[in-house]
Design a protein around this ligand. Structure first.
Ligand code: GRF
Length: 214
């Protein structure tokens, strides 16, 4: 375990409400946010970081000729903050295999579905279209497989009559804002690890659905 495991860099592309929750928790929590990086110059999350006096960097992916060049620049920008953990919070770029290898076991993502169901985008509408009764959110280690790394924790919500993609997104966000800082704090305390594509919490192999909170 690295001695900077309590230092976190958050990657965003948009609103950054999860970033806000992670920043808020850090004030009296066991980790600190060393920096925030966005691939979009207009991401509202950058304002949130500035308001919290957290250094920011923008790497506009459109200014890079290839995915590899962007990934390399991003990795270098991350290293400048010397974090132990990289937290993807609504970061809408797919990261290549070399990037993932460079930060093996040190990248988390949050995804709005009960993985391994519904990887990819537009999950709320797809869940509704399929007539599901249960939806939820997953925090997982990032591996080379998109939304496919081992799940660390999940929380579910019931789908009620009258729910639409918007109400589901709001319910999911509420859960995310508690779940994500909690998992980050586990990592900060050295309780989490990725080994051979499995996630462990307190040396306990987690099941496919991770630690189910509710
Ligand atoms: C969240 O719903 C997260 O699960 C998904 O992107 C959304 C980001 O929201 N990966 P925000 O920018 O944190 O408000």
């Amino acid at each position: 375990m690295q001695n900077n495991q309590r230092s976190v860099v958050v990657l965003i592309s948009g609103n950054g409400s999860n970033l806000q929750a992670i920043m808020d928790y850090s004030v009296s929590g066991n980790y600190s946010v060393a920096g925030v990086i966005s691939n979009r110059p207009d991401a509202y999350g950058l304002r949130r970081a500035e308001q919290g006096n957290i250094p920011t960097a923008v790497l506009n992916h459109k200014e890079y000729a290839s995915r590899d060049l962007f990934d390399n620049a991003l990795a270098d920008a991350i290293d400048r903050f010397e974090p132990g953990l990289i937290v993807l919070a609504g970061f809408m770029r797919i990261l290549g295999a070399d990037f993932v290898k460079r930060f093996q076991g040190r990248i988390l993502n949050i995804h709005p579905s009960l993985l391994p169901d519904y990887p990819g985008t537009n999950t709320h509408q797809r869940v509704l279209d399929a007539g599901e009764k249960l939806h939820g959110v997953s925090v997982h280690f990032v591996t080379e497989e998109l939304d496919g790394g081992p799940v660390i924790a999940q929380e579910s919500i019931a789908i009620e009559d009258g729910d639409d993609a918007e109400t589901l997104a709001a319910k999911i966000h509420q859960k995310e804002h508690v779940l994500y800082p909690t998992v980050v704090s586990w990592f900060a305390d050295g309780r989490l690890r990725l080994e051979d594509n499995d996630a462990y919490l307190d040396d306990r192999l987690l099941p496919e659905s991770g630690e189910r909170i509710t």
